[in-house]
Write a protein that binds this ligand. Structure first.
Ligand code: S3P
Length: 173
């Protein structure tokens, strides 16, 4: 059975939703940022601040080269995973891709309240930055999505249930 791959913008709830999906379906859960931190022994924040984004993307690609082979698992990806086509081509070999769509208001609210540090939004005017990044990247999430989960009026549990239902239907076919 295939992997469940979650993509979407920072703060769209991929990790929270992914953990619920993994629990419901008794599958292992992998968060690509956690994997990168274990693999490199450094935090994502430290990698960005010390070596820059380009270097982070290289490590991210190396992580995907390993992660995509593990199965069946639920994989929650970093928001920039779609920036390199190779990442998505690899993840799609063994995985079904779910794009978690969230409107900017929800993203801003999630980012303001969760504890995760996002080096790309480490600016005073981070909301404008988030909007700009979202505009630039949106088409990529749609491009790679096999299924779109619209989280606008749904909590993480409802989104997770929708994913489980779709995935289990695929299994039955
Ligand atoms: C990034 C998203 C982050 C993390 C890194 C870069 C991005 O993950 O990988 O800070 O480029 O969108 P989340 O999407 O889990 O916040």
């Amino acid at each position: 059975m295939k992997n469940i791959v979650l993509i979407g913008f920072m703060g769209s709830g991929k990790t929270t939703i992914g953990k619920i999906v993994a629990k419901e379906n008794k599958m292992q859960f992998i968060d690509t940022d956690d994997y990168i931190e274990k693999m490199s022994g450094k935090s994502v924040k430290y990698i960005f601040e010390t070596y820059g984004e380009e270097y982070f993307r290289e490590i991210e690609k190396k992580a995907i080269l390993e992660i995509h082979k593990i199965m069946p698992v639920v994989i929650s990806t970093g928001g920039g995973i779609v920036l390199q086509e190779i990442n998505m081509n690899l993840l799609k070999i063994n995985g079904v891709v779910f794009f978690i769509y969230a409107p900017i208001e929800k993203i801003v609210s999630n980012i303001s309240t969760d504890s995760k540090i996002r080096p790309l939004l480490n600016k005073k005017d981070w909301i404008t930055e988030a909007k700009d990044l979202m505009k630039k990247r949106s088409f990529l999430y749609y491009k790679y999505a096999d299924f779109i989960i619209d989280s606008t009026n749904k909590d993480a549990m409802s989104c997770a249930k929708e994913i489980v239902r779709i995935y289990n239907n695929l299994k039955g076919n």
